[in-house]
Design a protein around this ligand. Structure first.
Ligand code: FE2
Length: 208
């Protein structure tokens, strides 16, 4: 068999981009409709900055198998929609038993995680901190700082992403908002609906 060639990819903490990458996508504020609680504040953001990049991902994909690890860098703008800090859309892996590792490079962020049956975990991620997202946890990142949040990540290449799981439950269970003292706090999302026992079991069984 022919072995894959090793590859060197340089992380730029300043630009939040990965060098020698083979993938790059950008999410603009216009792509994030429906994620935030304060619709009027979101409309104001769209009017001012709708076409600007909210977050972007550069990555290297060595192959498509579980034994191939996608590596990449995500960069997210700082800011808020009303009182709610900027966030990524969030997902569970389509193959739910695939984990992910995030390694903070710059800025101050949170990894918001939610289990299928509604347990919530919030982990702070900054430079030199690693967050392990275990299998089956829905995850999104949030920038609670005043500068770009830059993180390296890696996950098995066949993981896939199911973004609909968050939409189907009315959002994630908590929202992360300004605590009025420059920090953050979590508040309940009143629109959140628990997943049925059947749906939870279906998620767990799909990987078996
Ligand atoms: Fe992921």
């Amino acid at each position: 068999m022919t072995l894959q060639e090793p590859r060197l990819c340089q992380v730029s903490v300043e630009t939040g981009l990965l060098g020698n990458a083979d993938g790059h996508y950008q999410k603009r504020f216009t792509d994030l409709a429906g994620l935030y609680a304060d619709a009027a504040a979101f409309d104001r953001l769209l009017a001012q900055r709708g076409n600007e990049v909210a977050y972007e991902v550069t990555s290297f994909t060595p192959g498509q198998k579980v034994s191939d690890l996608i590596v990449g860098v995500t960069r997210m703008e700082p800011g808020k929609v009303g009182e709610e800090y900027f966030l990524t859309r969030g997902h569970i892996h389509a193959r739910g038993d695939r984990p992910e590792v995030y390694y903070g490079q710059a800025g101050h962020g949170l990894m918001q995680m939610e289990s299928p049956d509604g347990e919530v975990r919030i982990v702070e991620v900054g430079p030199q901190s690693i967050c392990y997202v275990p299998p089956f946890w829905i995850h999104r990142s949030i920038n609670v700082g005043s500068t770009d949040l830059v993180m390296m990540f890696t996950y098995p290449a066949d993981s896939g992403q199911d973004y609909g799981i968050i939409e189907r439950s009315g959002g994630m269970r908590v929202r992360i908002v300004d605590d009025g003292r420059g920090g953050w706090r979590q508040v309940e999302n009143p629109d959140w609906r628990p997943r049925s026992r059947e749906e939870v079991q279906g998620i767990l069984d799909a990987a078996a």
